[in-house]
Design a protein around this ligand. Structure first.
Ligand SMILES: Cc1ncc(COP(=O)(O)O)c(C=O)c1O
Length: 355
């Protein structure tokens, strides 16, 4: 049976990326070696990581005032590594609390300095993105989560502030063309739109660094990673390779504009189907709905398990909502074909007619 992979992460990757990556596990670029066996200081790997960095800059249209790093530890490590590098103990940073991941970032940052929560959507169960808020000019930076993977909200326009803007883009990186120059630091764990799990992308404006007094452990120090070209210690070679293949695929398919066109088409189809069926509802403010992760519910809780069973027997993977949220979550990352969303919508319609 054909599987439709709606996992929130690790999630679906393009078939041709999987094919190329599997071939490279056996024989990388006709070297007679596996990608798993090559040294990270060989020209073979340096070519891979340099191509990946250049593709990131090209897709984001960023110049050399920015540096691209591939690091270990997932986005969760960045929750502490960012304040460790940017915030002194006697300083403050502004944070938006728009859900699970943002609040984890806040918790970690408060270990390193003062956190001002300048906007929160907690009052309405994180079903919207706060619009009107201000930051203090003394805050070192403003941290937002561009797409709230768990709650199903997404920033469609970004706050205009006079302090550096930092964004966790783990779940919507490379899904749309935005003015990336408005950000001073962007990070994304894997794997959602960029594989494979085990690597963390960080894009940082160079002039943001070197401004704090705290000593930073070498492995946590962005500047040291920049100096070492992301090769301070053994990087996640295979994950960086798959990241490069994913970036190549995005470029070949038409870049970020095409990724956005596809994701709007998928999201419009799904949300309009949810809104039209009386058994289902999406509580997220329409203008803040995520094009990556649709979070929605069934009015009759008892029907939910039945519907999940139907999904399972029809090859629909990963549609159960996050454990603290419940309901349903359908993730529509770049590699998910429109046909999968069509198949899911058809199933919802059929289920609605029968119940
Ligand atoms: C927006 C966001 N931030 C952070 C994380 C945590 O990422 P990691 O598991 O790479 O630490 C996730 C994971 O799904 C996420 O969606």
């Amino acid at each position: 049976m054909k599987k439709h992979n709606f996992n929130s992460g690790p999630s679906i990757l393009p078939q041709e990326v999987l094919q190329e990556a599997s071939a490279a596990v056996l024989n990388f670029n006709n070297t007679g070696l596996s990608i798993l066996e090559i040294g990270h200081r060989t020209n073979w790997f340096i070519d891979v990581i340099e191509e990946a960095k250049n593709l990131v800059k090209e897709l984001m249209q960023l110049d050399d005032t920015y540096e691209v790093l591939f690091l270990h530890g997932g986005a969760t490590t960045q929750f502490m590594q960012i304040p460790m590098n940017l915030l002194d103990t006697d300083e403050s940073a502004a944070y938006c609390d728009n859900g699970v991941w943002g609040s984890k970032a806040i918790k970690e940052a408060s270990l390193f300095g003062k956190v001002n929560v300048v906007a929160s959507s907690k009052d309405k169960n994180h079903t919207y993105i706060p619009k009107n808020f201000t930051v203090s000019p003394t805050d070192k930076y403003l941290h937002i989560t561009s797409n709230n993977t768990v709650e199903g909200t997404q920033w469609h326009t970004f706050p205009k502030v006079n302090i550096p803007l930092v964004a966790d883009m783990s779940s919507d990186i490379f899904s749309r063309p935005i003015d990336f120059k408005q950000f001073s630091l962007i990070y994304a764990g894997a794997q959602k739109n960029m594989g494979a799990a085990g690597v963390n992308l960080l894009v940082v404006k160079k002039d943001l660094l070197g401004k704090i007094k705290r000593p930073i452990p070498v492995i946590m120090d962005y500047q040291k990673h920049i100096d070492a070209g992301s090769l301070m210690n053994t990087p996640p070679v295979f994950a960086v390779y798959v990241a490069m293949l994913t970036l190549r695929w995005i470029k070949k398919e038409g870049g970020l504009a095409e990724m956005e066109r596809r994701s709007i088409e998928k999201a419009n189809l799904l949300y309009s189907t949810i809104d039209a069926l009386p058994q289902f509802y999406c509580p997220i403010a329409k203008e803040d709905r995520s094009n990556m992760n649709a979070v929605f519910f069934m009015h009759d809780e008892h029907l939910l398990n039945l519907f999940l069973e139907e999904c399972k027997s029809n090859g629909m993977i990963g549609v159960k909502g996050y454990r603290t949220v419940g309901g349903l979550r359908v993730s529509m990352y770049n590699a998910l074909p429109l046909e999968s969303v069509q198949a899911f919508c058809d199933l919802m319609k059929k289920f609605s007619e029968q119940h």
